[in-house]
Unconditional design. Structure first.
Length: 158
């Protein structure tokens, strides 16, 4: 119990805390909403105004939910570019390639083509890792551009 929680990262502890808040709030009778209590109201026709009218949360209910649950957003996790570069050269496949390069370098005395083979493998893997890192940076740039164009506010009917 205590030893496991001591080794847990802050993200895990934050997640467990939010789950506890959610389970406590879900059991609270004052948060039972009429919209959520009736599954038949969650149809597309009802939500679009056809059929039975759908009412959203009041401003007071929305504020109470915001205080309990927080904003409706996912935490953004960014990896450092340096760590991504390191990961391009470490892992199961890269380690196999590095072992092959090392084995070719160990037999240099017996075969003069070993230098060429080892250098070729190393150069190919450096190019492969560099391209992987450039792809990551490009994907990160595109993702940032898309996020900057997203609308951060929505109009709601109460």
């Amino acid at each position: 119990g205590h030893a496991a929680s001591a080794g847990a990262g802050p993200a895990l502890l934050k997640r467990l805390s939010s789950l506890q808040k959610f389970s406590n709030a879900a059991a609270a009778p004052e948060l039972s909403e009429p919209l959520l209590a009736r599954a038949d109201m969650l149809t597309k026709g009802a939500a679009c105004g056809r059929g039975e009218a759908v009412r959203g949360l009041s401003s007071a209910q929305a504020e109470r939910h915001l205080a309990i649950f927080g904003k409706n957003e996912l935490p953004e996790t960014k990896r450092s570019a340096g760590w991504v570069l390191v990961q391009c050269f470490l892992g199961p496949l890269p380690l196999i390639v590095w072992v092959c390069i090392g084995m070719r370098l160990l037999v240099i005395g017996e075969d003069h083509d070993s230098w060429f083979s080892a250098c070729l493998l190393g150069a190919m893997w450096l190019v492969h890792g560099g391209l992987g890192w450039c792809e990551y940076k490009s994907q990160q740039w595109v993702s940032d551009q898309l996020k900057s164009k997203l609308v951060s506010h929505a109009h709601v009917k109460r």
